[in-house]
Design a protein around this ligand. Structure first.
Ligand code: IPE
Ligand code: IPE
Ligand code: MG
Length: 244
């Protein structure tokens, strides 16, 4: 069944969707192309997803673009990925800004190579007041790294008497994450069929609904996104209770 936007609007939409954009390399291999060609088409798929968010008025989008583990890849692939980040921002920043998208990097971007760090920080600087879509781009991001970073900052604040140990609870700790002041993802999508989290948003996805597609990321279309949302709308979230 082909979904329509009217169908999706009948039920509450997720507020926050997180996506593990996986399968670029395998897609390229199947086409007999270099891995970087897969990443390049993958960037196009990402643009389509951002446009779909705009159309549906979904406010929070978090995408996994480069993990703390991805440094294990060959240098030429890493360099190519960094270059693609630069190209994407150069090409799309006007569109993103005009559509009220805040391009918000999450992860330790200080060590990104080439022009990638400066570009992403400049994109954030330019768009930080935008409020239509909060577009979290995970770059050199790891869930464990994020938690350790938060713990260190929190310990520092305790040491500086800005808060006490007794005040520490889940709500307070949330403020020490990259996603402070944002709702947790309602839905986590992973393309390419892998059934793992790969160190993404470990804290935030405690009660997130998961949806995995066998489609490789470069082939991921608006219809795939809509299917994920539709399936999500037909689930019952019980949060450990007994439901309806
Ligand atoms: C995801 O595609 C993109 C990044 C990790 C940067 P992959 O490059 O992991 O593609 P596969 O998993 O090898 O097919
Ligand atoms: C996760 O994909 C990271 C990104 C999509 C950026 P990977 O391809 O790196 O994950 P693993 O290695 O299959 O767990
Ligand atoms: Mg992969």
């Amino acid at each position: 069944m082909k979904l329509t936007i009217e169908e999706l609007r009948k039920n509450p939409l997720p507020e926050h969707i997180a996506i593990i954009m996986d399968g670029n390399g395998r897609w390229a291999k199947r086409q007999g192309l270099p891995r970087l060609a897969g990443h390049r088409i993958g960037v196009q798929a990402l643009k389509n997803v951002v446009m779909a968010f705009d159309e549906l008025n979904i406010k929070y989008l978090t995408v996994y673009a480069f993990s703390t583990e991805n440094w294990k890849r060959p240098a030429d692939e890493i360099d190519g990925l960094m270059e693609l980040i630069v190209e994407f921002l150069d090409k799309e920043i006007d569109y993103l800004d005009a559509h009220g998208v805040c391009v918000h990097p999450i992860g330790d971007v200080s060590v990104l190579t080439g022009k990638a760090r400066d570009k992403i920080l400049a994109a954030y600087e330019r768009t930080k007041e935008n409020n239509n879509i909060i577009f979290n781009v995970a770059l050199n991001y790891g869930g464990r790294q994020e938690i350790i970073r938060g713990i260190k900052q929190l310990c520092q604040d305790v040491q500086d008497n800005k808060c006490t140990i007794d005040e520490i609870d889940e709500k307070l700790f949330n403020q020490y994450l990259y996603t402070a002041n944002q709702p947790d993802p309602d839905l986590l999508i992973r393309s390419s069929g892998e059934l793992r989290i790969s160190n993404f948003l470990l804290w935030q996805i405690a009660y997130t609904e998961m949806w995995v597609s066998d489609v490789m990321w470069p082939d991921f279309s608006k219809q795939d996104l809509w299917r994920a949302i539709y399936d999500y709308q037909n689930r019952e979230r019980r949060y450990g209770g007994l439901g309806k």
